[in-house]
Design a protein around this ligand. Structure first.
Ligand code: C2E
Ligand code: SIN
Ligand code: SIN
Ligand code: FE
Ligand code: FE
Length: 375
């Protein structure tokens, strides 16, 4: 008898998905040293876009923060349509074509690739990419293993995403039960999450944000106001200005949000879920101000978690440009001017600048997720 060191032991730990993927990559390299990169991209059906999610490539990452319309990627579409993985044993075949993404992989020195589409209940949700610096590494004998490994990776991704989905579904149910009373619509949620993502992407390089973090900010930002569940209709739907006392009560939604998230996590056994701090920080700290005048804690500057500073800008911008029971919708022009006035005081200047630097994208989001005229 002897005790064997499990090469995938780190999968037992509560670590970010990216680190799990790296440990899978290491284990694979012991057997197949020619695998130089593994990457996962997730498909967003609502916008028909594919976005990078996690990768393992020893520092080099040709397609960090990459996002593309599936409509512009015919060869990837073909993979989804056929429901079969694609093997390219010499990426040179793309050298003169129009396949930008494969070209960027090739320029980075990768010579072959194996691309496995991921499905859950018959629904396509993304790709796993295996790349090698060597040509002709994928053949009948190795592909067999990459099929297996690829599916295991897809299960890791599903597990991660379904934890997030369970959580989002629970929160959404709770929200829906109380939400017909709030003016914040589904379109608000769609816009909010995409403004947040836009800001995170724009500041990613300076803050060393990886795609997993950005995806989590995207997923969790719509839950920032979950604490409003605890606020009564008389205040939430009040047509006019709030009194001092009502403002006090309204402000408890930030603390309540943190508490609600905590109790939901416990109920669903998700309290050890690694990325959950991002969610809790968003719910609790999205009304902190960088100059220390915010609530609930009066945190300052970088004491405020970055995800909360990002969401604060997205939230205020969407609140300004939307109709509320207590106010009319502002024009973008006026809203940008207000954000600029708030930058460095209530709002993080870098996050404000990031949103304003992407006006075209902002308008695209507004067109795509316009208010439903029927409410
Ligand atoms: P909300 O409507 O989602 O607004 C989110 C945040 O956007 C506000 O946080 C505030 O920072 C910003 N914001 C919204 N409208 C304006 C505006 O006209 N001017 C400026 N400068 N900023 C604006 P805040 O103030 O902490 O409010 C939190 C929540 O309290 C609001 O969420 C809303 O549900 C409620 N609320 C705030 N003021 C009033 C009010 O006068 N009447 C009513 N009925 N509710 C209010
Ligand atoms: C395409 O499918 O045409 C582009 C995707 C890729 O470069 O692999
Ligand atoms: C990727 O590797 O992230 C996408 C490019 C491809 O292999 O088609
Ligand atoms: Fe709020
Ligand atoms: Fe909001």
């Amino acid at each position: 008898m002897f005790h064997h060191q499990d090469t995938l032991q780190r999968l037992n730990e509560n670590i970010p998905l990216g680190e799990k993927l790296s440990s899978v990559h290491e284990a694979i390299k012991a057997q197949f040293p020619f695998i130089d990169r593994i990457a996962v991209a997730i498909y967003d059906a609502k916008t028909d876009t594919l976005k990078t999610y996690v990768h393992s490539s020893g520092g080099d990452s040709p397609l960090q923060h990459y996002q593309a319309a599936m409509a512009d990627a015919p060869s990837l579409q073909e993979i989804v349509k056929l429901r079969k993985p694609r093997v390219v044993n010499d990426l040179n075949i793309f050298a003169n074509g129009s396949q930008k993404h494969s070209q960027s992989i090739q320029k980075q020195g990768y010579a072959s690739s194996y691309t496995l589409p991921m499905f859950l209940n018959d629904e396509f949700f993304g790709f796993v990419f295996f790349n090698s610096m060597q040509k002709e590494v994928f053949d009948g004998s190795t592909l067999h293993y990459f099929d297996i490994i690829g599916h295991l990776i897809s299960l890791l991704i599903i597990n991660e995403q379904s934890s997030v989905r369970t959580l989002l579904a629970t929160v959404k149910t709770a929200h829906d039960m109380t939400h017909h009373r709030d003016s914040e619509t589904g379109a608000h949620i769609d816009r909010m999450s995409r403004y947040s993502r836009l800001i995170a992407l724009h500041i990613a390089d300076r803050h060393n944000l990886d795609d997993e973090y950005i995806e989590n900010v995207f997923l969790f930002s719509p839950l920032h106001d979950i604490g409003k569940i605890a606020i009564g209709d008389n205040i939430l739907q009040k047509k006019g200005k709030l009194t001092e006392e009502e403002i006090e009560i309204m402000r408890t939604h930030a603390n309540k949000g943190g508490e609600i998230i905590d109790s939901m996590l416990k109920d669903h056994g998700l309290d050890t879920f690694e990325n959950i701090n991002i969610l809790r920080n968003i719910a609790e700290y999205h009304h902190e101000a960088v100059n220390g005048t915010g609530y609930p804690r009066g945190l300052q500057g970088e004491e405020i978690p970055l995800e909360a500073r990002i969401v604060a800008v997205a939230d205020v911008f969407d609140a300004l440009t939307s109709k509320r029971p207590y106010k009319e919708a502002w024009s973008n022009h006026d809203a940008y001017a207000m954000l600029q006035r708030l930058a460095g005081g209530q709002l993080d200047k870098e996050c404000v600048d990031a949103l304003i630097a992407n006006k075209e994208e902002v308008e695209k989001i507004q067109r795509e997720f316009a208010e439903d005229p029927l409410g």
